[in-house]
Design a protein around this ligand. Structure first.
Ligand code: CA
Ligand code: CA
Length: 421
């Protein structure tokens, strides 16, 4: 964004309005309850009761029943002709609940009327549930064995997007082969997948082979992050200008859980190692918060992005907690891309800022919401509030909020918030 006299004037108006606006922040609990980030607001008053997790659970299966899996959420992964699905079966014995897990099995037992060498279980949510952006948590354990290939992964709906695989994209939250001491996180698309089906966007990570592990994937418009037991292992980042070849991940993807093996990556099965199984304790899917990390207590800028090179989280000058963002050097900014906003709806975005020396300034604002960019200017050497209100367009569910320093100097920001009015 470019600074103009017009925006400066708007900013001053918005800053003066925000004195009134701030008052409403501390009394309007009904609207506050609808906001993504609540901790910063809680700092404004005694609203600690609304300080809950930023992620909202939207779909889950705890697999705490016995017998068949819940057919309103899943159905069998069908047998196909590629390595992972060539032994899939819809026999319940290979995909059922044991009272606390979904158990997906693979063995070489003879099945009357289906004379293939192996049978394996897998389930998917295709046509029943899919998501675009969000957090997926899967707690699972699985056996090792020569030829085994358990997987927790996602495919787009429809799979013909962008011309089929691998251009359509694939998100592999967890794959394991054979007796390896590591599992793999992998992204597929036409820019990272080679001729033999491998991917350059893949990272192995250690896991506890004798117990359950928590596999988490957080998918935002900016990147896809993979965690094992809450430790970040791999980040696949959207490249500006990379197009759908590099980022086919703005469409719905569904979940697949399967025990596979005996073909492709792991190679042949050693029958003495059978049976193979994966036990899935739960799958939990969360919606991304509308806005998050407004107080920087996470110690990182994520999910804010930055340009200009002068922005970082620091442990001095915080308004709340122990951390805030500092922008120093020349023109620099942090931005957060918001998704899931309601169309034709008015929001307030605000925060607290201060400048290191009189004469400097910083802007708190929003752009790309369906109207002209608006910002509020803060130029005080003690923390003061700046906020703007904006109304999304009839077809707009996204916006970009920013904390933008147009000139040289050093500024600090903390306790940013988004409020639905
Ligand atoms: Ca369970
Ligand atoms: Ca803080």
């Amino acid at each position: 964004m470019r600074k103009t006299k017009f925006w400066l004037a708007l900013g001053l108006i918005a800053t003066s309005l925000s004195i009134f606006a701030c008052k409403k922040d501390s009394t309007s609990t009904a609207s506050i309850s609808q906001i993504g980030h609540k901790k910063a607001l809680a700092n404004l008053s005694a609203l600690t009761s609304v300080a809950t997790t930023d992620y909202e659970l939207i779909w889950s299966d705890e697999f705490n029943s016995s017998g068949n899996f819940d057919s309103t959420k899943w159905f069998y992964a069908e047998r196909g002709t590629v390595a992972w699905n060539k032994y899939m079966t819809s026999l319940p014995a290979y995909a059922s609940q044991d009272g606390s897990n979904l158990v997906l099995r693979m063995d070489n037992a003879a099945v009357s009327g289906d004379p293939v060498a192996y049978h394996a279980g897998g389930v998917k949510t295709m046509g029943k549930f899919s998501l675009t952006y969000g957090k997926v948590e899967v707690r699972a354990k699985f056996t090792q064995g020569r030829g085994s290939w358990p997987a927790i992964w996602m495919m787009p709906e429809p799979a013909t997007a962008y011309g089929g695989w691998p251009a359509c994209g694939e998100i592999d939250i967890m794959e394991h082969v054979n007796n390896e001491s590591v599992m793999y996180h992998t992204i597929h698309n036409s820019s990272v997948t080679n001729a033999n089906g491998g991917s350059t966007a893949s990272k192995s990570a250690s896991y506890n082979a004798t117990d359950y592990n928590l596999y988490t994937m957080i998918w935002s418009p900016n990147d896809i992050r993979f965690y094992v037991n809450n430790v970040l292992q791999y980040t696949y980042t959207r490249i500006a200008g990379g197009g759908t070849q590099q980022w086919p991940f703005d469409v719905p993807f569904y979940l697949i859980l399967n025990q596979a093996g005996g073909a492709g990556w792991p190679g042949a099965i050693t029958n003495a190692d059978l049976p193979f199984s994966m036990q899935v304790d739960y799958v939990r899917v969360y919606k991304l918060p509308l806005f998050s990390n407004g107080d920087f207590e996470s110690g990182t800028l994520y999910p804010w992005t930055t340009w200009g090179g002068g922005s970082s989280v620091v442990s001095t000058d915080a308004r709340s907690g122990t951390k805030c963002v500092r922008e120093t050097g020349g023109e620099t900014s942090i931005e957060q891309y918001l998704t899931g906003l309601s169309p034709n709806t008015t929001y307030r975005f605000g925060g607290y800022a201060k400048v290191a020396a009189t004469g400097q300034s910083v802007n708190i604002g929003v752009k790309n919401y369906g109207g002209n960019a608006v910002d509020a200017t803060v130029s005080t050497t003690a923390y003061s509030n700046g906020s703007v209100t904006f109304t999304t367009g009839a077809n707009n569910t996204t916006a970009t909020v920013y904390f933008y320093k147009p000139l040289s100097g050093t500024v600090y920001g903390d306790d940013f918030y988004l409020e639905k009015l």
